[in-house]
Design a protein around this ligand. Structure first.
Ligand code: ADP
Ligand code: MG
Length: 492
């Protein structure tokens, strides 16, 4: 069941409430061994200027050759957000001069992008995971990244590292559909998740694999769109949300003071959480876009498109629904599908025969707590999905109670042994032996005459006390269901 999420985020000003309007232009580095138009490597963290071909350095006479894998990844990404993929697209030159851009232009796609209209569904409110809002995506185009200037290496000089020059980016342009920092955060989180499922971008924001240009305007609810500012190159989801919050408040103050918002480019300062002017519309670049004469239009054939489509994995929304249908709660299904590694692990657990509902509780509870404690990701879990399925099977068939399963799991984490072997070797089997349990109950009642009297006098809450004493006396190995039943009988 899905309902429409309606945002109630408003900024209270002196003249009443203001609504915030947000559109994001996300630059995502395409996962590929080679650059968009050259064979140079793209590995992160290499020595400066060791991954620069003659094309990336813009030596005269060098010709760009499109990298099929980069195009393929962008197409697959478009398909993953249900977008229109254009079978005919073209590259344009965006001309500007800057020291990190040896060509003097960036090859991009303005007029005929590779991917058109699509959308991403997000649940902005964690407490209402079924309240979905659809964020429109206007286009995805493919373009080259620039190099990197380093101003902190020498007292009087700047250095340039061209390793990033020519690396393939997807620019994913949203519609101005978001209405709060939370919606923008949810959109980026979901987009990042989808990119990682698809494998088209590693999503490592701390390495700059995803950067967002944040467009913000404010208006009175229901009014026309206001003038926007664009805060460039924000590199974390938290910073994007902070930039929106700050920028929206600033705009409300400007407007309420009777001034106008200038359409301008701004910079975010992560140390203060504020934005400041970088350049105004008056100094806006005229990029003199024109079709790149060195490159033929891109024409995609049916076989290529079919391969792109067939190679897509099951995506988070479909997977979440499948988990729900198998008996996982909506909340757990959301948690299990948010990160592709978690989903892969859980799929392997289901594949090994674990029952979906109990398995989902176990993963989000016991396993996550253990991984947290060990400080490792799920992909490095010391317990494999196959072993975990064996453990859950021992719970399902009554061999282990919940608390015994916890003990066995601890041993599995330490030794990597099979759960059945651990149960056998340490005698951790749960018992439903009624005669044995009845004997212990009789002892417990005999040892606690005071509590027995109070219970019989109407203090029902003491029932739990007797359960606890019985379990303790049996070292946690008694079947709790059987203990309850026999205690009820014994207590009359
Ligand atoms: P440009 O190409 O000049 O950067 P676009 O119209 O392509 O402008 O929009 C760029 C981004 O700005 C898009 O993500 C879009 O959703 C967003 N945007 C456009 N108008 C507004 C507005 N009034 N308020 C907030 N965001 C906006
Ligand atoms: Mg723009």
């Amino acid at each position: 069941m899905m309902t429409d999420a309606t945002s109630s985020y408003r900024i209270q000003g002196a003249t009443g409430e203001w609504e915030v309007v947000i559109g994001l232009e996300v630059h995502a580095q395409i996962t590929s061994n080679a650059k968009l138009f050259s064979g140079a490597a793209t590995a992160f963290g290499a020595e400066p200027n060791t991954q620069v071909s003659l094309v990336d350095a813009a030596m005269p006479g060098m010709l760009p050759v499109p990298n099929r894998e980069c195009i393929r990844q962008a197409v697959r990404t478009g398909m993953a957000i249900d977008a229109q993929v254009n079978r005919w697209s073209r590259f344009d030159r965006k001309n500007y001069f800057y020291a990190d851009l040896p060509q003097g232009y960036q090859i991009s796609q303005l007029y005929h992008p590779l991917v058109g209209e699509g959308h991403v569904d997000v649940a902005p409110d964690e407490k209402q995971p079924d309240a979905i809002k659809r964020i429109g995506v206007e286009r995805i185009h493919v373009e080259q990244d620039a190099g990197k200037l380093m101003h902190d290496q020498h007292p009087t000089r700047s250095y340039v590292d061209l390793n990033r020059s020519g690396v393939a980016l997807m620019e994913i342009v949203s519609r101005p559909d978001m209405r709060s920092p939370a919606e923008a955060g949810a959109y980026l989180t979901k987009l990042r998740s989808i990119l990682r499922y698809v494998g088209s971008c590693d999503g490592n924001m701390d390495q700059g694999s995803i950067r967002a240009d944040v467009n913000v305007s404010v208006r009175k609810p229901g009014a026309e769109l206001g003038t926007r500012t664009e805060t460039k190159n924000v590199n974390s989801i938290r910073f994007v949300m902070q930039a929106i919050e700050h920028e929206a408040k600033r705009q409300v103050e400007v407007l309420e003071a009777g001034r106008r918002i200038e359409q301008e480019t701004r910079l975010f300062n992560p140390d203060t959480g504020t934005t400041r002017t970088m350049r105004s519309k008056e100094d806006a670049h005229d990029y003199r876009y024109f079709p790149d004469p060195d490159l033929l239009p891109l024409e995609l054939d049916e076989a290529f498109l079919a391969e792109c489509r067939e190679s897509l994995p099951e995506l988070p929304d479909v997977k979440r629904q499948r988990y729900e249908d198998a008996g996982v709660t909506l909340y757990n299904a959301g948690v299990l599908t948010a990160e592709v590694e978690t989903a892969r692990w859980f799929d392997a657990l289901l594949g090994a025969g674990a029952p979906a509902g109990p398995a989902s509780n176990w993963v989000t509870g016991e396993l996550f707590a253990a991984l947290n404690r060990l400080g490792v990701g799920i992909a490095e879990s010391p317990v494999t999905p196959a072993r975990a399925a064996e453990l859950l099977a021992l719970v399902a068939d009554g061999t282990l109670s919940g608390s015994l399963a916890k003990q066995v799991f601890e041993v599995m984490l330490e030794t990597g042994e099979e759960p059945a072997a651990i149960v056998e070797a340490r005698g951790l089997k749960q018992t439903s032996d009624t005669a044995a349990i009845e004997a212990v109950i009789a002892e417990v009642l005999a040892k606690n005459p005071g509590q027995l009297e109070q219970y019989r006098g109407g203090k029902d809450a003491l029932f739990g006390f007797f359960v606890g004493q019985t379990m303790k006396a049996m070292a946690g190995k008694a079947n709790p269901g059987v203990v309850n039943e026999l205690l009820r009988r014994a207590l009359g």
